[in-house]
Design a protein around this ligand. Structure first.
Ligand SMILES: C[S@@+](CC[C@H](N)C(=O)[O-])C[C@H]1O[C@@H](n2cnc3c(N)ncnc32)[C@H](O)[C@@H]1O
Length: 170
């Protein structure tokens, strides 16, 4: 049997799940600009069983239509109001807000616990990050340690690392 067909069989045996709307893990890349990053995050949502929440703007509608390479895509929750108000409203409903961002009070990723309560993960713009007031309003901020000279990771990489951790898969 060839390596390719071995892999196909392994995939069939191990990827038996189908996406259901997550009632506990939602990624909200509310300020992300590049289509490719949104497409990558959508694949991570599928992998960890999370949903995605984004503004219902032409930018996100187009980016997610283009970046969707999955047979069946994860749930996308379209915001029905302005971003900041939506985050506040979810918080009032009992969701814990985790901002993935460098901040004075950020906890380091290895110390982040698995999400045991409904959690929304905020991700920032590729050049300006998450707006300061949203970082301040979050329940938890998480920073991914970096040893190199780069100032930050690609946002889809950062989001994926945090989602894997919160989902208890890494
Ligand atoms: C490319 S970074 C933005 C960097 C921006 N120049 C700044 O200094 O805020 C885009 C997003 O990825 C996430 N990110 C990237 N690297 C990170 C890290 N090491 N720790 C936490 N979040 C990170 C954050 O959500 C950030 O807003």
């Amino acid at each position: 049997m060839s390596a390719a067909s071995d892999r196909r069989e392994l995939r069939l045996a191990r990827r038996t799940g189908s996406h259901r709307c997550s009632d506990h893990l939602v990624v909200a890349p509310l300020w992300v600009a590049y289509n490719v990053n949104l497409g990558t995050l959508l694949r991570t949502c599928d992998a960890v069983g999370a949903c995605m929440a984004v503004p219902a703007s032409p930018h996100y509608l187009e980016a997610l239509a283009r970046g969707d390479t999955l047979v069946r895509r994860p749930c996308i929750h379209w915001l029905d109001c302005e971003r900041e108000r939506w985050v506040e409203a979810q918080r009032a409903l009992g969701w814990r807000i985790v901002a993935v961002e460098l901040a004075e009070r950020s906890v380091s990723l290895p110390r982040l616990e698995v999400a045991r309560e409904p959690t929304i993960v905020l991700l920032g713009h590729e050049s300006s990050g998450i707006p300061e007031e949203m970082v301040d309003a979050a329940d938890t901020c998480v920073e991914i340690p970096m040893l190199g000279v780069g100032r930050s990771l690609n946002v889809a990489v950062a989001g994926s690392l945090v989602l894997y951790r919160l989902a208890g898969l890494a």
